[in-house]
Ligand binder design. Structure first.
Ligand code: PLA
Length: 438
């Protein structure tokens, strides 16, 4: 660079408010705090669910209560590591033959086989006929994303229908996977139940071949599931129109306390011999939230197709995160393959589900005792981790401000975050919110 070029560059940089280069630093543009490459960025809002925990953590109040994220708490309000998980971990630590090598792209083979068995049933013909491919993914979210990416690349119909409302991350996951997201009617605020007619109409007018996201059980956020008869009608309609089911199974065992009962919807669709996708999460039912362990299964028509699907899933996964982590999947496999540990797990799982159900009754009774206006029977009728209270965003804001109770602004509360000692505080807050606020 000549000296006149240098002075012109210096003038340009000064014009832009950047210090000009000295003769010793002309090879690169200097960086300056005033001119970050990212200075145009706006502050992004917090996540609507995980951001509730951020706000909760900042609140110094001793009576604060986090009913935002769906994370199980004990009666003492503490996170729970299942006893059977501790046992499995101890067993893994004691096994000196275990190493930290990379897993294959599709994850731990044993984990994949056992996960398919857990959701489809031990006697599933699809498994027996090798028509299922299962890949270990990063919990439920990662499984949904890998499934979405796969469909975006290889499925002819890139429209996915998600229920209205649904878990807030669904539209983001599928949009970023390259799918076009549409909604189908699901919840009826008037009855606080399923809008079954609306659901059938919307799926009935969906373009042939469209993907349909279904919550396998314990619908989030509404806690409203179709009955088995309704599932059967949904199945018939979807199969007749060639709609592709994509099940999100994030709460197997949490809805009823029974792993098989909570897999009924999925098994119904697999029993007819048709194809489907299933995303499984062990975050809630094994309490492995932060271990990020889950699986994506794709049930295909034939073993030959399943093999080719798996080969393509590997091409999706390899450039995303190469291969999944080993620890969580090893815990799950250790528990699922050992009859004694499996039984212990089902007992602990049932205890978590029962505690949540008992919280529903306690909250309902507490509101009844206060004479809180309104019909609160949906608290008892809804299923799974959450109650969709029907409280509006002003009432939620009031409860957070006046009672330090944190929940998502759509009025969803995590029943798993409640305990016998905090239920009165919540009932007081709801009572005050419906009688004084919004
Ligand atoms: N699918 C549904 C329906 C969910 O509710 C959640 C978690 C996931 C998938 C993903 O869970 P995972 O990736 O941890 O396995 N929903 C939580 C947490 C519990 C969250 O938002 O991330 C919730 O509070 O809604």
């Amino acid at each position: 660079m000549g000296s006149s070029d240098r002075s012109r560059l210096g003038a340009l940089l000064r014009h832009l408010g950047v210090e000009g280069p000295t003769s010793s630093s002309i090879s690169a543009f200097p960086t300056s705090a005033a001119h970050s490459a990212f200075s145009h960025l706006l502050q992004a809002p917090e996540d609507p669910i995980l951001g509730v925990t951020v706000a909760f953590n900042k609140d110094p109040s001793p009576v604060k209560l986090n009913l935002g994220v769906g994370a199980y708490r004990t009666e003492e309000g503490k996170p729970l590591v299942l006893n059977v998980v501790r046992r499995a971990e101890q067993q893994l630590v004691n096994d000196r033959s275990r190493v930290k090598e990379y897993l294959p792209i599709v994850g731990l083979a044993e984990f994949n086989k056992l996960s398919a068995k857990l959701i489809f049933g031990a006697d599933s013909p699809a498994i027996r006929e090798n028509r299922v491919t299962t890949v270990q993914c990063l919990s439920g979210t990662g499984s949904l994303r890998v499934g979405g990416e796969f469909l975006g690349r290889h499925y002819h119909q890139r429209i996915i229908y998600i229920p209205l409302p649904t878990w807030g991350n669904h539209p983001k996951v599928f949009t970023l996977a390259g799918l076009s997201v549409k909604t189908y009617r699901y919840y009826d605020p008037a009855t606080r139940g399923l809008n079954f007619q609306g659901l059938l109409e919307d799926l009935g007018t969906a373009p042939s071949g469209a993907i349909v996201l279904l919550h396998a059980c314990a619908h989030n956020p509404t806690g409203v599931d179709p009955t088995l008869e309704q599932w059967e009608q949904i199945r018939q309609l979807m199969r007749s129109k060639g709609l592709l089911p994509f099940f999100d199974s994030a709460y197997q065992g949490f809805a009823s306390g029974n792993l098989d009962a909570d897999a009924q919807s999925v098994r119904m669709f697999v029993a007819d011999g048709g194809e489907c996708l299933v995303a499984q999460s062990y975050a809630k039912n094994m309490g492995l939230y932060g271990e990020r362990v889950g699986a994506l299964s794709i049930v295909c028509n034939t073993a030959d197709v399943a093999g080719r699907v798996e080969s393509q899933l590997k091409l999706v996964i390899r450039p995303m995160y190469s291969n999944p982590p080993i620890h969580g999947a090893s815990i799950v496999a250790a528990i699922l393959k050992d009859r004694d540990m499996y039984n212990e797990w089902t007992i602990e799982l049932k205890a978590m589900a029962d505690r949540i159900i008992s919280m529903r009754h306690q909250l309902f009774d507490a509101l009844h005792a206060r004479g809180t206006p309104g019909d609160w029977s949906h608290i008892i009728k809804q299923i799974g981790m959450f109650t969709f209270t029907g409280l509006n965003s002003e009432q939620v804001a009031f409860m957070t401000k006046e009672f330090h109770i944190y929940m998502t602004s759509d009025g969803r509360i995590s029943m798993a975050g409640l305990s016998s000692t905090t239920v009165a505080h919540l009932a007081d807050a709801i009572h005050a919110a419906v009688t004084h606020a919004g």
